[in-house]
Design a protein around this ligand. Sequence first.
Ligand code: NDP
Length: 365
Amino acid sequence: MFEKVKVDENECVRVSRDELFRVVKEVFVALGVSESDAEIVADNLVMADLRGVESHGVQRLKRYVDGIKAGGVKINPDIKVVKESPVFAVLDGDEALGQVVAYKAIQMAIEKAKKNGVGIVGVRNSNHYGIAGYYAYKIAKEGLVGISMTTSRPLVAHTGAMEKFVGTNPISLGAPVDGEEPFLLDMATSVVPSGKVEVYRRKNKPVPGEWAISTETGEIIDDPNTILSPKGAILPLGGLKELSGGHKGYGLAVLVDIMSGVLMGATWSRHVGGTSDRKSDVGHFFMAIDPGAFGDAEEFKKNMKKMIEELKNAKKHPNFEKIWVHGEKGHLTMETRLKIGIPIYKKVYNEINEIAKEVGVKPLQ
Ligand code: NDP
């Protein structure tokens, strides 16, 4: 059995997928979210934990609950289609939970792609939508190529800057593979997402790489508390220097801001708000492509399988145990955790149970 994250069993409690889903769903329902919307958010958060992306899993429940309490997130939003054609649409999320409006958007993109070969659906006026890969994965499971991107609040100092300015703006692409789980690239366009820094803050340990700079001196820093404060900023993918390609991560973050923000009539980079802010105006971009519209859908899946096999069978570097492809570790981790449960840090476990108690929901068993 494989788990991509090293788990210290003394620090964690293993909880079954269904139990975690139950509590998260019931908490949202207790706060006034409809059953069906609560299921979407719970499925998104639990899937992150199943795949070993603890930075974007149930450890964020408190943030969502606080967002609802602060009025930054509407529990009964009036989601509207602003514009629509057979191949595209733009939705106004009315400050909904990001997952709820994003799920609606991918359903529309899937339907359009199945009918017309391609479906592009953008969202404005939304909130944090969790892991980008959730949506690309769902699209890929329909036999389509899926792309998912979102703007996010400013945490990254772009190349040459010394302040939190652009988001960690993730990009995900999912594609069906013959007889296998989809290929799934799901990544922040910064060296790491803020959630990974939060994991080190919880462990009370310095971050292990050149992830961030001081906004006062510009030097590399490793204290997670400083990184997450106004005194620190995360670096774009590629790091501080042009020499290591930092400007390319910066460019990818701007790409996401253009496609999910500017193009969709949402805001961008430094203007994007957090979950507790009124009008955080997060924007999302989704695209579904039917491989059958461009060629033979079955051949596409077979060629995906062949390409992945070739990648994995390349001459191996001695410092690596094996060659992976994107999504593979996540799928194996999910398989394992569906069998033996999801490890939840005791601190997060207790926090979830406190929230559950506060809203009158049976705590985690
Ligand atoms: P990771 O660095 O953990 O992984 C990035 C990608 O690389 C994944 O597709 C992963 O697949 C793959 N991968 C990992 N190791 C290898 C390898 N050796 N060879 C090939 N592929 C590999 O992701 P990030 O830390 O950048 O992002 C974590 C999550 O944070 C994402 O889900 C992202 O969507 C989310 N996020 C959300 C934001 C928001 O505002 N909503 C903002 C920023 C990030 P695998 O899954 O198999 O490990």
